[in-house]
Design a protein. Structure first.
Length: 426
C-alpha cells in the first residue's frame, strides 16, 4: 500500500451549488481559492470505473454530487469508498457534458475546451484526504420512478429490480465495448446498467433473479444510467417479478374522423376515440392501411407508445408542423408521409388490437374507394355521434362522408381546412 499524507485543518468554503453556478454554458477555469468537501462513492478496484472519482456532499441523505476526472490508475489505493476528501478548485476546469457537471483538467478539440483528466502529477495538489477514518456510505433508497437529476453522482440503491428478459443469458459487457444492459422493476420501469468491458466481471453472466442493486447514478443527456463498483453491489436472491400484462383488447377504441382536406393535403389526419370512462393503453395496437384496391398491407403504424384518456381522442398527423400551422395545436402523434394517417381518401384502414383482432375498419379491403360509399377524397369521413364501439365490418350507416364525387349516398362537398374539420373534438 502506498503511504499517504492526510490533511487536517482544511476548511471548505464552497458548496456544490456554488461551484455549479460558476458554469455559464462553456468550460471555464476556476480562478478563486475555493475548497469543497465530499465523500468518495466510486471505486476502480474492479475496473468498472476508469480515471474518474465520484463524490457526494454527505455520507447519508446526500443532496448533491460531482465527479472529477483524474489520470490516476488504481485510484482506490489513494481514495477509498467512504473517505472524506477536500478538493482545491483553483486552477481546475469546470464543465458540463451530456447533462452532468464535472471538474478536472482540460483538453481542446477544434478550438473548444472540455473537461478532461487532471494530470497525475497534479492530482494530489488538488485532492486531499482527511485524516478521519472512513465512514459508511448509506445509499439513497429509491424506486426507478423516483430518480431525478438531483441524484446524479450520488450512490443509490433500488429494491425489487431485475435484468430485462431480453438481456438474460448475456455477460455484463461485450468484450472491448462499453455495454448497456437493461434493468426493470416489477412495475416495468426501466433503467440502464452501464458496464465496462475492462471490468473483472465482464464475462460473468447477468443474474436471472431479482433483488437489490446499488451503484453510482450517472446521466447521458436525458437517460439515467447506473454503474456498480463490483458484483457485491448486486444482491439478487428473490424470484423474478410476475409478468405484467399490459396488452388488452377493447371495442371502445375506434376511428372517429378521417381527413383529406381539398385545400391542403399536408393537413390530413386520422382521429381515434376512446368511449370508455377510463384511460386505455395502446400497447401492441396498430393502424394498418391498404392503399386503393390492394389486399396487402401498404403501411402500418405502431401505437404502443401512446394511450387515450377517457372519452378523449388521439389525433395522428403525417405532417406535425403543417398540422399545427393549420389547426392551431400540435397533434398527439406525429408520423411521416405514406403512413396510415396520410390517406388520399380512397384507401382502407383497420385498427388492430395486440392479439391481431381487427377492432374497427374504414372501407372494404381489396376495393378502391373511388366512387364508392367509402370515399373521402378531398373531404372528410366522420363517425356518427351515436356510435360508441368499433366495428370490424365496414358499415356505411355509421359514417357521414364528404368528397368530390357524391357517389353511393356520400355528399359531394369538398372540405376545407381548418373550418370543415374538428380534430380533437368528438
Amino acid at each position: 500500500m502506498p503511504s499517504l499524507n492526510c490533511a487536517d485543518g482544511i476548511q471548505p468554503n464552497a458548496t456544490y451549488s456554488d461551484v455549479k453556478n460558476l458554469y455559464d454554458g462553456e468550460t471555464i477555469q476556476i480562478q478563486d481559492d475555493l475548497v469543497m468537501e465530499g465523500y468518495v462513492i466510486s471505486s476502480d478496484k474492479a475496473g468498472n470505473f476508469f480515471s474518474v472519482l465520484h463524490f457526494q456532499n454527505s455520507p447519508k441523505d446526500p443532496t448533491d454530487g460531482l465527479q472529477i476526472e483524474i489520470d490516476v490508475r488504481d485510484s482506490h489505493l489513494f481514495f477509498d469508498v467512504g473517505q472524506r476528501i477536500f478538493i482545491k478548485l483553483k486552477g481546475l476546469y469546470l464543465g458540463k457534458s451530456k447533462g452532468v457537471y464535472k471538474v478536472g483538467g482540460v483538453f481542446s478539440s477544434f478550438g473548444n475546451l472540455s473537461v478532461g483528466r487532471l494530470p497525475s502529477n497534479t492530482v494530489f495538489n488538488h485532492i486531499m484526504v482527511s485524516c478521519e477514518p472512513n465512514v459508511a456510505i448509506d445509499p439513497l433508497e429509491v424506486r426507478i420512478s423516483e430518480i431525478d437529476t438531483t441524484m446524479v453522482n450520488a450512490l443509490i440503491s433500488i429494491k425489487d429490480i431485475e435484468v430485462s428478459e431480453t438481456d438474460l443469458g448475456q455477460p455484463f459487457a461485450v468484450e472491448r465495448e462499453e455495454t448497456e444492459r437493461l434493468l426493470v422493476d416489477c412495475e416495468d420501469n426501466e433503467l440502464a446498467l452501464l458496464n465496462s468491458s475492462f471490468s473483472d466481471f465482464q464475462e460473468v453472466l447477468l443474474p436471472e433473479t431479482r433483488g437489490t442493486i446499488t451503484g453510482v447514478l450517472t446521466r447521458d443527456n436525458s437517460k439515467f444510467q447506473l454503474i456498480i463498483r463490483d458484483l457485491n453491489d448486486i444482491q439478487f436472491d428473490l424470484e423474478r417479478c410476475e409478468d405484467i400484462i399490459t396488452e388488452f383488447t377493447s371495442t371502445n377504441i375506434f376511428f372517429s374522423e378521417l381527413a383529406d382536406p381539398d385545400n391542403n393535403a399536408a393537413a390530413r389526419f386520422v382521429e381515434l376515440y376512446n368511449s370508455a370512462n377510463e384511460p386505455l393503453s395502446l400497447n401492441g395496437w396498430r393502424i394498418v392501411r391498404y392503399t386503393n384496391a390492394s389486399s396487402e398491407i401498404s403501411s402500418s403504424l405502431d401505437l404502443s407508445d401512446f394511450s387515450i384518456d377517457a372519452e378523449s381522442t388521439l389525433v395522428i398527423s403525417p405532417n406535425a408542423v403543417e398540422f399545427e400551422n393549420v389547426y392551431g395545436f400540435a397533434p398527439d402523434v406525429a408520423v411521416g408521409t405514406n403512413s396510415p394517417a396520410d390517406s388520399n381518401g380512397d384507401d382502407n384502414l383497420q385498427l388492430v388490437d395486440p392479439f391481431g383482432t381487427v377492432i374497427d375498419v374504414f372501407g372494404v379491403i381489396g376495393e378502391d374507394g373511388s366512387g364508392t360509399n367509402h370515399e373521402f377524397e378531398d373531404g372528410r369521413a366522420v363517425r356518427r355521434i351515436e356510435i360508441s364501439e368499433g366495428n370490424p365490418i365496414y358499415t356505411f350507416a355509421e359514417w357521414i362522408l364528404f368528397n368530390d364525387t357524391g357517389s353511393n349516398g356520400t355528399t359531394n362537398l369538398p372540405q376545407m381546412a381548418p373550418d370543415d374539420f374538428s380534430p380533437g373534438v368528438r
